[in-house]
Design a protein around this ligand. Structure first.
Ligand code: HDE
Length: 684
């Protein structure tokens, strides 16, 4: 195998450097290189006369501008990406010959794009939706793309239904509403009439669909792939990304408000984390199955609406991805990157998962129109870091100048070069799976159980998570105008849980479900609940609400403890400038009550003080606290801010730390912030 050639982890960065252009401090020229004397006025016949056609600079500038836009992605249009590296913990040699999975400690450059699915390029980011999680590994054997989502299953079982699903969830065609939302008639009509969607819809109604951060969600390859080792032995494999910070979500009311207050919430969070040196870490895990175990389960392992429960097939952690560099130019990199689940390396192969099979066609096809021709692999972000040679030629935007007379294979004029490689020399050979069957347009009977795993998911949720699912259904189905569709949805999901749907039926004004067949599922799968994931204080955003005359002896230890625990602090007051404490210390205001809002923070600390307009300060603090309280967030109150707290609607209880002073390691405050939400708080 050809993995002797070592490429260091910066190989992609080095390659990109050759494309970077630094325009600053340079004379302005046309695209032909001609220096320009005038860029403010077009060439006219007299100062009040018409513009002249011969003004080539004007025409070039306007023409380029007129052609600046490219079609947005048909799905996953709204996305954001970062560079990083993948480090292998443990050799996977036993399972796969993929070069980048052999040597523990070896590093591979990666580029990762997160996205929403339904919204257009300019839509808000905290909508209820699936999130894309696409990783391009620039390996020394070619690019390997792991194009996944933040949910482990999908709405449909066969790719032929993808256009139907997407037509149903996108804004309705007659009035182009609603933007970036599944809460409308056509989506739910699709769901009720395509019951294979049941399991995925449960995920979609869960907190997973409103992540707190791209940095705090899991990623899944969804489809079943194959690992092939040097001896040609195959294993089925499913891929998982596990965030080091645990899995955390927004509250639906909060998510909707953030859509207005900061539609860039998720990209800002990713960008700022990386700029601040809080690099983003995900561990890569694999679930492996021997080929002989293909039929061992009560679900079909090729069915993309099914998980392999982690308690039955453990996730083996094999490495870590660290995102550590923001892009230089969003269009050049994030927008022009082209992912394709068919970009594989030797040792990784496909299965007959019918969704995967269709995906293998779609991605190249869509890039052809989006990126304007067959040469998008030459764009800097898409280029492999290893050499690539073949007899493909020409097309729009071709950049390489392929020298020589011969562009065909086989040939004698060029000594039959470029020539194919043997498997031993690193050539890709498709896995020789035995396939035998009649040509048929039908689905296997083993794909027909749509509700058992949907019910497993429901049974695995905590009480709070269950409540959120009921509320999400009530919101979404409540937005459906057609009462018949509402009823169909209620009847369908009664197959998951009758009590759940009885509550939803009440909320949306339709009949309680009559008959339902609830499959008897195995016990819960704890891995499915977010409650069981890591809870850390790291990178939590704390708002400190403060005015002049604050008590620095109390504030300073709080700030120090918070920063030491990895949180970030924003000092928020009535106006920008400097505030002075009782003892004469000063703090600089980062934001004002006008420029930020409670929903943009994970926790509050009310330091208090004496403002010029005390009544207004009291009201602004109360608004902040009330929202945070309603969103179950940690709230700390300084001893001298008790009176401010009493003017809010918040009540002492879980996650409310009254008279908070910090000494020693400040464990109580740090643990409270790490907890993130206090679901047992009574908010009504
Ligand atoms: Fe995609 N998907 N998809 N998808 N998908 C696209 O390709 C498609 C599916 C996923 O950040 C498109 O470049 C079909 C599952 C991500 O650039 C398109 C089917 C999963 C991204 C396409 C699926 C995904 C895409 C649109 C059903 C999780 C964004 C733009 C068989 C495993 C990648 C593009 C990025 C993008 C087709 C289902 C993940 C149209 C036909 C399942 C993360 O080719």
């Amino acid at each position: 195998m050809n993995n002797n050639r070592k490429i260091n982890s910066n190989s992609k960065n080095k390659q990109l450097e050759t494309f970077r252009i630094h325009d600053q401090k340079k004379p302005m020229t046309t695209n032909q290189g001609l220096k320009i004397t005038e860029d403010e006025h077009s060439l006219k016949a007299g100062t009040r006369g018409p513009t002249l056609m011969e003004d080539f600079h004007f025409r070039e500038k306007i023409t380029h501008f007129d052609h600046e836009r490219i079609p947005e992605r048909a799905v996953h249009a709204r996305g954001y990406a970062a560079h990083g590296e993948f480090e292998l913990y443990e050799s996977m040699k036993k399972y796969t010959k993929a070069g980048f999975l052999q040597e523990p400690g070896s590093k591979t450059p990666v580029f990762t794009r997160f996205s929403t699915v339904a919204g257009s390029k300019g839509s808000a980011e905290t909508v209820r939706d699936v999130r894309g999680f696409a990783v391009k590994f620039y390996t020394e054997e070619g690019n390997y793309d792991l194009v996944g989502n933040n949910m482990p299953v999908f709405f449909i079982q066969d790719a032929i239904k993808f256009p139907d699903l997407i037509h149903a969830v996108k804004p309705e065609p007659h009035n182009e509403m609603p933007q970036a939302a599944s809460a409308h008639d056509t989506f739910w009509d699709f769901v009720a009439n395509n019951q294979e969607s049941a399991h995925m819809v449960m995920w979609h109604m869960s907190d997973r669909a409103i992540p707190r951060s791209f940095r705090m969600m899991e990623g899944f390859g969804v489809n079943t792939f194959r690992f092939i080792n040097e001896q040609g032995k195959a294993h089925f494999v499913k891929f998982h990304w596990k965030p080091k910070l645990g899995v955390h979500s927004l509250v639906w009311d909060e998510a909707q408000k953030i859509s207005g207050k900061d539609p860039d919430f998720h990209r800002r969070d990713l960008w700022e984390s990386i700029e601040n040196g809080n690099f983003v870490e995900f561990e890569l895990g694999v679930q492996l199955l021997e080929e002989k175990d293909e039929f061992k389960f009560d679900f079909d392992i090729l069915d993309p609406t099914k998980i392999w429960p982690e308690e039955e097939v453990p996730v083996k952690i094999i490495g870590k991805m660290t995102l550590n560099r923001n892009v230089d130019n969003v269009f050049a990199e994030t927008e022009q990157v082209a992912f394709h689940p068919g970009s594989v390396v030797p040792g990784i192969d496909f299965t007959n998962d019918p969704l995967l099979q269709g995906r293998l066609f779609s991605y190249t096809d869509t890039q052809l129109i989006r990126l304007g021709g067959p040469n998008f692999h030459e764009l800097p972000i898409n280029r492999p870091v290893c050499p690539f040679h073949n007899n493909q030629r020409d097309g729009y935007g071709r950049q390489t100048i392929n020298v020589g007379q011969v562009s065909y294979h086989k040939n004698s004029l060029a000594d039959n070069k470029p020539n194919t490689s043997s498997e031993e020399d690193g050539g890709y050979a498709h896995y020789q799976e035995n396939v035998d069957g009649r040509k048929i347009q039908a689905r296997s009977d083993s794909f027909k159980d749509h509700f058992s795993q949907a019910r497993l998911f429901w049974k695995s949720m905590s009480l709070a998570e269950k409540q959120h699912i009921i509320e999400a259904f009530s919101f979404e189905v409540g937005k459906v105008k057609n009462m018949n569709v509402r009823q169909q949805v209620v009847d369908m999901f009664a197959n998951v849980d009758v009590d759940m749907m009885t509550k939803v039926a009440q909320a949306v004004g339709v009949n309680a479900p009559l008959n339902a067949e609830q499959s008897d599922v195995r016990k819960a799968s704890p891995a499915l609940s977010q409650e069981n994931k890591a809870k850390l204080p790291d990178t939590r955003k704390v708002a400190v609400l403060i005015a002049d005359q604050f008590d620095e002896t109390i504030l300073e230890p709080i700030i120090k403890t918070s920063l030491d625990a990895g949180m970030s602090i924003h000092i928020i007051s009535e106006k920008f400038g400097t505030l002075t404490g009782k003892g004469g210390s000063t703090v600089v205001v980062d934001e004002t009550f006008l420029t930020v809002h409670s929903v943009l923070y994970d926790a509050l600390y009310v330091a208090g003080g004496q403002a010029q307009q005390q009544n207004k300060f009291e009201k602004d603090v109360a608004d902040f606290v009330n929202e945070a309280y309603m969103h179950y967030k940690p709230i700390g109150i300084a001893p001298n801010a008790k009176a401010l707290f009493e003017k809010t609607q918040a009540k002492p209880g879980p996650g409310i730390l009254l008279d908070l002073t910090v000494s020693g390691d400040g464990k109580q405050w740090v643990n409270t912030v790490a907890e993130h939400r206090f679901w047992n708080r009574e908010i009504y």
